[in-house]
Design a protein around this ligand. Structure first.
Ligand SMILES: [Zn+2]
Length: 151
């Protein structure tokens, strides 16, 4: 136990004033593993080298003493990741509901508004800011069936 305690003390001394681990580092390590796994099938040396940049960068960030800069990077990364995840979720939802609903973006507050696909002109209130929005939904055209005659 004394050995572990001294190891821990050494580690604490080493990491003193250094940035340490964060979500950006964690995701870069995950990305490295994913690239490594995929490269089992691809077998590209370039991809392997590119993949190695991620753990190196994560290591540099971990031992960095510019704590404020690193935490700013992490915050920006988290914001971008959230935007991307939200966009993916919305796209999936739009696709799933493409036959029953349409999505509009409020020009006032940029919130998304879900409107039932009922042909005609409608006025809807933005659920976030309450602004009235006029939407026009065209009737869904039935796809034309090509009739080909075989001779
Ligand atoms: Zn709005």
């Amino acid at each position: 136990m004394r050995y572990l305690a001294s190891l821990r003390a050494k580690y604490m001394k080493l990491m003193n004033g250094r940035y340490g681990m964060d979500k950006l580092n964690r995701d870069m390590l995950i990305l490295w593993l994913v690239i490594g796994f995929l490269n089992n099938f691809i077998g590209s040396k370039v991809l392997m080298l590119v993949g190695l940049l991620f753990p190196l960068l994560a290591l540099l960030r971990m031992f960095s003493t510019a704590v404020y800069k690193r935490s700013n990077e992490n915050r920006k990364y988290s914001e971008l990741k959230k935007k991307f995840v939200d966009w993916v979720k919305l796209s999936v939802r739009k696709f799933k509901e493409r036959k029953t609903h349409k999505y509009y973006k409020c020009k006032n507050c940029s919130a998304y508004i879900r409107v039932k696909r009922k042909p005609g002109e409608h006025t809807v209130d933005c659920p976030k800011c309450g602004k009235e929005i006029k939407v026009k939904i065209r009737a869904v055209k039935e796809p034309k069936v090509k009739v080909s005659s075989k001779k």
